[in-house]
Design a protein around this ligand. Structure first.
Ligand code: URA
Length: 278
């Protein structure tokens, strides 16, 4: 994206370009897809458009194409390697070892610990988060920071816990990414792509009955869609099984009123588990 230097005005407040872009990004994340203005625009009353300026004369010599980033992209090779490693793993332990040894993801170099999963792999419910944060990176286990503490309380309210031995009451927890992105930035499409073969195999081997897709990145990886505030609460099919998108606990920590809908989603999960048991 070219650097943006302009300032923008939002509801009478002047914003610098970076803040304005962050606001737009946030709205997209939340599922906003139709911009509405405070006052409706009467398109029949708009002045006629000025004719476009004549096209600039073509340059005499065509511009030389250069490959940005230098080396040819090796994504296809890294993907093939990830696929082969994942397919060759016939247990969760073997898969964890294969994924940890895979060097086709740059994040590995900056992370402190590999973060594969937590909880009971026999659980009926798999919670799929996004990526390790600082505390997860420190401990090498998903959802052990503030979001994880809220997650434990949320699922505890419907009788599910990561430390439960009984599969009926247990939770299994994994992330789309197993290495922490620096500064908790969103994972790139490339990072998600090379993690997906391992994630698919992970889910095949754990074989949960249902999956909870926590937040936008999980929905993007699992069903190719974002806009969690629209998706949440609606059952979808992901990795060949029923999946429920929910707002991420980190979002709930920032927006406590949204816990009301999250509670509704938890009840929907409890009802689904009940109906699958009969
Ligand atoms: N957020 C996630 O999505 N996963 C974690 O493990 C921690 C925070």
């Amino acid at each position: 994206m070219p650097p943006v230097t302009d300032r923008a005005t939002y509801q009478g407040i002047e914003l610098d370009a970076e803040t304005a872009l962050a606001l737009l990004d946030w709205q997209l994340e939340m599922g906003v897809d139709v911009p509405l203005m405070d006052v409706a625009l009467d398109r029949f009353d708009l002045p006629a458009r000025a004719a476009p300026p004549p096209a600039a004369a073509a340059p005499e010599t065509p511009p030389v194409l250069t490959l940005e980033g230098g080396a040819p992209d090796d994504l296809a090779d890294r993907l093939a390697q990830a696929e082969a490693l994942a397919a060759g793993a016939d247990s969760l332990e073997a898969l964890a070892a294969a994924q940890e040894g895979f060097d086709g993801i740059e994040l590995k170099k900056g992370a402190r610990n590999f973060c594969f999963s937590d909880g009971n792999p026999k659980a009926r419910v798999l919670i799929l988060g996004e990526a390790p944060g600082d505390e997860e990176d420190r401990q090498g286990r998903p959802f052990v920071g503030r979001s994880g503490q809220l997650l434990d309380r949320m699922f505890g309210a419907i009788g599910l816990a990561r430390d439960a031995v009984d599969a009926e009451r247990a939770l299994y927890i994994a992330n789309v990414l197993t290495w922490r992105p620096p500064g908790n930035r969103d994972p790139s499409a490339d990072e998600i792509a090379v993690s997906l073969p391992f994630l698919r195999r992970h889910i095949q081997l754990a074989a949960p009955e249902v999956i909870v897709l926590m937040g936008n990145i999980s929905c993007q990886a699992a069903i190719g869609r974002r806009g969690i505030l629209r998706l949440r609460g609606q059952w979808v099919q992901a990795f060949d099984r029923p999946a429920l998108p929910m707002t991420h606990p980190a979002y709930l920590l920032r927006n406590p009123p949204a816990k009301r809908e999250a509670w509704g989603d938890l009840l929907s999960l409890a009802a689904r588990l009940e109906s699958l048991s009969v």
